[in-house]
Design a binder for this molecule. Structure first.
Ligand SMILES: [Fe+2]
Ligand SMILES: [Fe+2]
Length: 215
């Protein structure tokens, strides 16, 4: 089957900074997806649930591709993450997926993936169990994946430092999810960030086709 990450990187029509943005978001989606499924399996969720969560993980930030004009300057350099626009990306992700026929579970997980358990997240400042279950799983995975990845303004944190940062703000996370996440890190199932970033299954690869349609 087509490797959509290679396709994007080999494109002759896309500018370099867009290729990097898109492939970076693809890898981030895969990382969140793989970790989320590991947590869901640890919590005994069904295959159907894990497949939906896997799809939501791959696609949760696809709306960021709609705001790249606010993220990049004309010189192709990262200028600033304008919060006002960046915060719209979960809505944009939701709209892209809604128009592509994805299920309600997946749409809700994507729309609410930036809600914090203590009510400090966005877009709706939902609190506790009012946040859809899948979105609560994605939240923990999303923060860990972001902290353990290089950014233009900082290098990636190692796993232990990332976990310590998350523990300092543990009220942001559903404790059931966070404890399952901790178990995975210590029971040998987690083989490092490279492994969750680069292991791509067929279901996940199929989802990456949607990135191509959005850019
Ligand atoms: Fe996001
Ligand atoms: Fe994300």
């Amino acid at each position: 089957m087509a490797n959509y990450i290679e396709k994007v990187m080999e494109s002759n029509t896309l500018p370099c900074h867009i290729k990097n943005l898109v492939s970076g978001e693809m890898y981030h989606g895969i990382e969140v997806s793989n970790l989320a499924v590991m947590i869901a399996e640890e919590l005994g969720e069904s295959k159907r649930f894990c497949d939906d969560l896997s799809v939501a993980g791959v696609l949760h930030d696809i709306g960021k591709l709609k705001i790249n004009e606010y993220i990049f300057s004309e010189e192709d350099t990262l200028v600033i993450e304008h919060m006002k626009y960046v915060r719209q990306h979960s809505l944009y992700s939701y709209e892209i997926l809604k128009n592509a026929g994805y299920s309600k579970n997946i749409l809700e997980a994507v729309y609410y993936h930036h809600e914090n358990y203590n009510g400090t997240g966005y877009p709706d400042c939902l609190k506790g169990k009012a946040i859809p279950w899948m979105a609560r799983i994605l939240r923990t995975c999303d923060v860990f994946a972001a902290l353990t990845s290089d950014r233009s303004y900082r290098k990636a944190f190692d796993v232990d430092s990332a976990v310590q940062i998350m523990i300092d703000e543990v009220a942001d996370y559903d404790m059931t999810v966070f404890l399952a996440f901790q178990r995975i890190l210590h029971n040998g199932k987690f083989k490092g960030t490279d492994s969750i970033r680069n292991n791509i299954n067929e279901l996940q690869m199929e989802q990456l086709a949607l990135f191509e349609k959005v850019i």
